[in-house]
Write a protein that binds this ligand. Structure first.
Ligand code: URA
Length: 438
């Protein structure tokens, strides 16, 4: 505990609506890290912040204290600009898997520390672990060495990075204090800025399948993330993107890896590539590798056309112990026992593909976790998904379900039958890229 800063006094100051000082915030974060504040005091403080909020300066101080609660990776020895991308999470969002090698192939180091999927959103680490042998648990020394060697590392959160967030997030989860913009900002940014990056691009999603479904709230979160990261000296932009239907045509770990490989080969679905280019352009602009958005787009396209992004992906897999042959042969990824093509009940246009419904079907198949300790099945999920606005004939496939047994297949069929709607009305999907903030 920091002498002179009793938990009850700091809590009462926030409860009464005051802006906290740097020392008061440091006392709270120290209390979370060394256990000197009891869980009930930390929880009371989280609720006070939830109800009273924090201004940009306080949120930046909270982020800084949480970032410094552990090791901040020192990548100063790496002579390349260092950029990362973070998504607030969606359904079928496999963009990091192919965007990171594309950006790295443009001469930008991409130090990416990602999370696992929980609830309806997938996690980059789970997707990567569907590649046989792929290790996500590198030490910070291995992470640094790999970045020096190939300019790219995709790893999991280590115990040394932002430990205060681990403690506080677990308490938020059980005290109704997750949906607080200053707490979300500090949680996301403390981990991202501990990676040792120079610049950051955020994909903040809104819509039914998003962590923050309401567009106005998602925009508020994006603005807060950009203001706080910028106040901390890290040039940051956020791209606000729609998440009403899944991104791309696959949902499920190995299936999404296979789709990302197709993206790297130039065969990616239009919506996935639209988000990929929008984020990649901002990464190259902030990293000062491109002078204009058009030049950035061209550079990214070249990495696909000349195979350098796919080569970078092979390097990444090999460096982290995985079977790099999957980059040329997706059949080496785990395959589900059962495949079932779900037929359209009538001819017409696809009016809806509810991201949340597809995510729920995938969860039932075993592709995700309801609780953090649940095991996942990398092979299962949904592929060949139709998109809103596409024409289908009666009996033509709406998607292919990949299942490990008949019981979960039956459940997934029922859920997907309701999530995908076909009728005679003309339907168009909302614009995918809403706004770039920052
Ligand atoms: N993701 C995080 O890492 N933290 C939050 O608070 C919310 C989403």
């Amino acid at each position: 505990m920091i002498p002179g800063y009793f938990p009850q006094h700091v809590i009462a100051r926030k409860r009464d609506g005051h802006a906290l000082t740097r020392d008061e915030i440091a006392a709270f974060v120290r209390g979370a890290t060394d256990g000197s504040w009891a869980d009930y005091q930390l929880s009371a403080m989280l609720m006070a912040v939830f109800l009273r909020g924090m201004d940009t300066a306080e949120t930046a101080m909270l982020t800084d204290a949480m970032m410094r609660s552990g090791i901040v990776a020192d990548l100063a020895g790496i002579n390349l600009p260092k950029a990362d991308k973070h998504s607030t999470g969606g359904v079928g969002d496999k963009v990091s898997l192919h965007l990171a090698p594309m950006v790295a192939a443009c001469g930008v180091a991409v130090p990416m520390i990602s999370g696992r999927g929980l609830g309806h959103t997938g996690g980059t680490l789970d997707k990567l672990e569907s590649i046989p042998g792929f290790r996500v648990n590198l030490t910070l020394a291995e992470y640094r060495a790999q970045l020096e060697k190939i300019g790219l590392a995709l790893i999991g959160q280590t115990a040394e990075l932002a430990p205060a967030d681990k403690k506080l997030y677990a308490l938020r989860d059980v005290t109704g204090t997750v949906e607080s913009i200053p707490l979300i900002c500090a949680s996301i940014l403390s981990k991202k800025l501990a990676e040792g990056i120079d610049v950051l691009v955020l994909d903040v999603k809104f819509g039914r399948g998003a962590f923050m479904p309401e567009k106005a709230r998602a925009r508020e979160l994006a603005q807060a993330l950009v203001s706080v990261a910028t106040a901390m000296g890290k040039p940051t932009r956020a791209v606000l993107t729609a998440m009403d239907q899944p991104l791309g045509r696959t949902v499920g770990n190995a299936l999404e890896v296979a789709e990302s490989i197709e993206c790297l080969k130039g065969n990616g679905p239009a919506d996935t590539m639209e988000v990929t280019y929008a984020l990649g352009e901002q990464m190259l602009l902030l990293a000062k590798v491109s002078a204009t958005k058009e030049a950035a787009r061209k550079q990214l396209e070249v990495t696909i056309a000349n195979g350098s992004a796919l080569a970078k992906f092979r390097d990444l897999i090999a460096a982290q112990g995985g079977d790099a042959r999957v980059a040329d042969d997706s059949a080496r990824l785990p395959q589900a026992k059962l495949r079932f093509a779900l037929a359209a009940p009538q001819a017409g246009q696809v009016r809806d593909v509810d991201a949340l419904g597809v995510a729920l079907a995938s969860l039932r198949l075993g592709a995700g976790r309801a609780k953090a300790e649940d095991k996942i099945d990398h092979a299962v999920g949904v592929s060949a998904l139709v998109k809103i606005g596409e024409r289908v004939e009666a009996g033509s496939p709406l998607c292919v379900i990949h299942a490990s047994d008949e019981a979960t297949l039956a459940e997934a069929k029922a859920i997907l039958g309701k999530a995908i709607a076909v009728d005679e009305a003309t339907a168009t999907a909302a614009d995918l890229i809403d706004e770039v903030i920052g």
